[in-house]
Every structure is written in structure tokens, then in C-alpha cells.
Design a protein around this ligand. Sequence first.
Ligand code: HEM
Length: 292
Amino acid sequence: MLDEFYTLFHEIENSLSLINFFLPYIPIPANRRRDAARIKLKEILSETVRSRKRYNQVEEDALQNLIDSKYKDGRSISEDEVTGLMIGLIFAGEHTNSLSSAWTGSYLLNDAKCLMTAIEEQKKIIKKFGRRIDYHVLLEMYTLDRCIKEALRLHPTAPMLLRKVHKHFTVWTKEGHEYEIPAGHTIVSPTVLNHYIPYIYKDPEVYDPERFGPGREEDKVGGKFSYTSFSGGRHACPGEAYGYMQMKVIWSYLLRNYELKLLSPFPKEEWRKFALKPQGKVMVSYKIRQLA
Ligand code: HEM
């Protein structure tokens, strides 16, 4: 069941491409597979929803929260809405995390100094807490946190953010130029360019997790929208903290239990895909070890 679920999500992920951004329903093979996978996922989730209702089964999970939620006028949300929201939620958290973990790993394994700093941090944490990894232990992983944040600065999973303008407003640039933004227009904020602005990020092309460390905190320099890998404003990602936790679980576990080496060249970005994934396969060799 889990394998089938994963494969179906993979089909949805495979349809992410620039062409789909402009023409989401164009009948190309990837979209046909995406639509078939969406139907099958809906069937699986609908069956779970119905079975819970049939047997009055109540679980403590996100699906249950959606099943039990109501509109302001007291109306329950429909089965279609529950399954649609659930698919959206899993998709929002799954491919973003796997891409960001892959970029983080590629950078760590490509940079001996960063890798050593991240390993030393794990050793210190093991000394303090033993080998357990829980919420409180994850909060102590400042170095790993910064390594992930920096990988996401260089490779944000959403390369641009779009907003529909509801009210006319004016923007002034640092150079003093003034721009009128009329209501009704769609504005694009290209995260993938903003994260490389040199007066905010020193040597922006360089992977340097310490730029977020105490005393530097370069992302604070340009104001609250300098770092938008998790977007900003009302529709900022609600899964940011959870996402960091997941990525820290993955990478702390790997660093503690395996000696890893990057075999393939450092990956390039796959620009044809809307989410900036690594191009081709990232090949790694591993040897079992236990950090102490
Ligand atoms: C590395 C991990 C993640 C990254 C990089 C990421 C990135 C983003 C970005 C950039 C947006 C905003 C898109 C926009 O403004 O147009 C967003 C929205 C969203 N994310 Fe995440 N996300 C991550 C993990 C998660 C997780 C784990 C969840 C939930 C379990 C999640 C749920 C959502 C949802 C529901 C939205 C829509 C928010 C709204 O429109 O109000 N994300 N995410």
C-alpha cells in the first residue's frame, strides 16, 4: 500500500514542468499519468474516509482533522474536498523535502569542511544526549539547520512566487526607481534570483552555511523577504518547522550511521522541471559506521 501510494505521488511529481506551469492541462503523456495517479489516490483516500465513518473509527491525524472540520456556516467539508486537500498537503511536504534533502546531502558530501563541522556537531550532541533523536535533540542541531537553510537558499524548491495584486501599490527600489503596481496584475517574485543578490548575500554563489550564523545573519540584512525558500506573508509555508525537522532526522541519522562519499559529479539543476531538482542521479557510496 505504501509503495503504491509513493509510486502514485511520484507520477504527480513527474508532471512538474515549466510547460505545465503555463498549460497545466495540455494532453502530454506525463499529464495523462498524473491525472490517472490523482484518480487512484483519490480512490484510496476516499476508501479510508468511508471506512472510518462506517466503523466510527477516530484517529489522531491530519486526515481526521479534515474529516471533522466544518465551514463557518456549520457545513461539513465534502469527501472530495477532504481527499483533494490531503493530496495537496502530502504533495506540498513530500517532494519539497526529498529535493531539499538531496541538495543538502550533495553540498555536505561535496565540501569536506562543512561535512566535518556537521559531523562534529553530531558527536557533541551524542555526548550530551546519547544516541536518541527526538524533538528537543533536533532543536540543538544548529549547524545542520544552517547547512539545510543554505542548500535551500541556493536551490529553493519553488523558484518563483506568484501573487495576484488586489490593491494598487507603489514600490521603490534601492536605487530610487519608482514602480506602480496596478490591481489585477500578477506579480512574480523570483526567489531563485533574490537569493543571489550580492548586497544581501556575500559571495552569493558560494555554499557557506555560516552566513546564517550569529554575528552574520545575512538573511536579516535585506528585511523579512530576503529569504523566501518557504515563501512569505499570508501564504507562507505552514510546514517549514516540520520540514526542517524531517530533513534533520534524515541527515543526522545518515551522518551518525554511514560514512558517505559523493561518487557522481556535483549535480546541476534540472531547469525543465518547475521544482529545481538535481539533474540525473546523485550517486553516493556508503560504509556503515557509528559516530560516538
Ligand atoms: C523543505 C520543505 C518545504 C519547502 C521548501 C516548502 C516550500 C513552500 C513554499 C515556497 C510555499 C509557498 C508557495 C507560494 O507562496 O506560492 C509552500 C506552501 C505550502 N506548504 Fe510548504 N514547503 C516545505 C515543506 C512543507 C511541509 C512538510 C508541509 C506540510 C506537511 C507543507 C505544506 C505547505 C502548504 C499547505 C502550503 C500552502 C500554504 C498556503 O497557500 O497558504 N510544506 N511551501
